[in-house]
Design a protein around this ligand. Sequence first.
Ligand SMILES: [Zn+2]
Length: 281
Amino acid sequence: MPNNITSEIIEIDSGKTGPALAIFAGVHGNELAGVYALQKLLPTLKLTRGKLYIAFANPPAIRAKVRMVKQNLNRCFVANNKGTSYEDRRARELMAILDKCDALLDLHMFYDDDGLPFVICEDNAVEVAHTFDVGIISTNWAKAEPGASDGYMFSQGKIGLCVECGPISKSKEYTDFAVKTIYQFLQYFDMSLKKVSLSKVPKRFVVANKSVYKSSANFTLKAGYKNFDRLKPGEVIAQDGGKKYLSQEGECIIFPHYKARVGEEAYIIGIETIASPKLKG
Ligand SMILES: [Zn+2]
């Protein structure tokens, strides 16, 4: 936990009517750019309207710099969660906050040491996603990987954004990116006194289509894939004995997981769309 932050959930009320927003960091306790970013900007943050809830989402995991205590918190955000693990209980506390909010920004990081930031959201949040300095907007995750915080917001008809702020190994280097992302999010809702430039970075659009699981000990994923690599039609992505997993036109690979164990997700197939998914309004 950052030394100068004693509270795990912070409520900032401007005293003026406006949107209610939530910002989460440390849902996975080893993904620290968002935690460092909040530590950096909180002392001077001023809202012009509305309310902001800031949550250091998984404090024991953040303190230990580990992904989780008992289970993946970002699979616990389900409306009828009755689980008994630490993360289940924490998810219920955090969902009670989300129920008071119009939109969520959840700051994460990933394992690929060379990857660049991207954003995950559903179609209703694509317009907000455009304000971030990311090269990829990826949608349809609520179906592909249920139980995430952004998917929970979508299930409630609200805006949920998961920004993957860079490689876990570069948490310090990507702290300023996370700071800017937070200000861009606040600025979209016209709530921040401090102004930043909204993004001009061109975007690729990738729809998460299906998860592929490591089916047996013989399952081998082709070496060298990086997150969001484009696949050639007919490319052999993986093999299991005689079975070949072939790619089709317009597909790319997401989260290639070379260390997956049998029964775990080995990769996700994304479909790249040429036009931007439809914007609201
Ligand atoms: Zn994460």
